[in-house]
Design a protein around this ligand. Sequence first.
Ligand code: SF4
Ligand code: SF4
Length: 153
Amino acid sequence: MSGYFTDLWGGAVSLLEGMWVTLKEFPKRPVTVGYPHEHLKMYRRFRGHVELIGGEDGSPNCIVCSMCERACPSNCISMTGEKPEGSKKKVLTSYILDFTTCSLCGSCVESCNFNALKFSNEYNLASTRREDFIIDLLERLAEQNKASGGGDD
Ligand code: SF4
Ligand code: SF4
């Protein structure tokens, strides 16, 4: 019989301890966010897929040297460029990233000497469609320019 009351006492104490922890935590700010309605601000060192960096006028800094394409061990990058008539410099006409095989190794970013490529803060990429991970980075840059009110258009 005494064992019964000991168990009862032990149960009541642990219940009160649990309620005390809940009471202490209740007024604190929650550490969770209501995803997908709320989004996290990523840290500067976060590595999302790579993206192009634009200059002040919004056009890509990329000079189409193909160093990043050659540095990629997984053949994720394909690009094209052309020389407009009368110009000495090539202009980037397409830059496609196949994120399905990217290991986020960073070789492409490191190989770029023209401040034209960086890791994005993009983490919201869930999809069941493979083609959603083939990313047109030139188009992405144009959309970013549009969203920020900068760029040529
Ligand atoms: S290394 Fe830099 S400048 Fe050269 S093609 Fe890649 S992104 Fe463009
Ligand atoms: S991070 Fe690595 S694997 Fe991904 S595109 Fe760049 S070089 Fe290729």
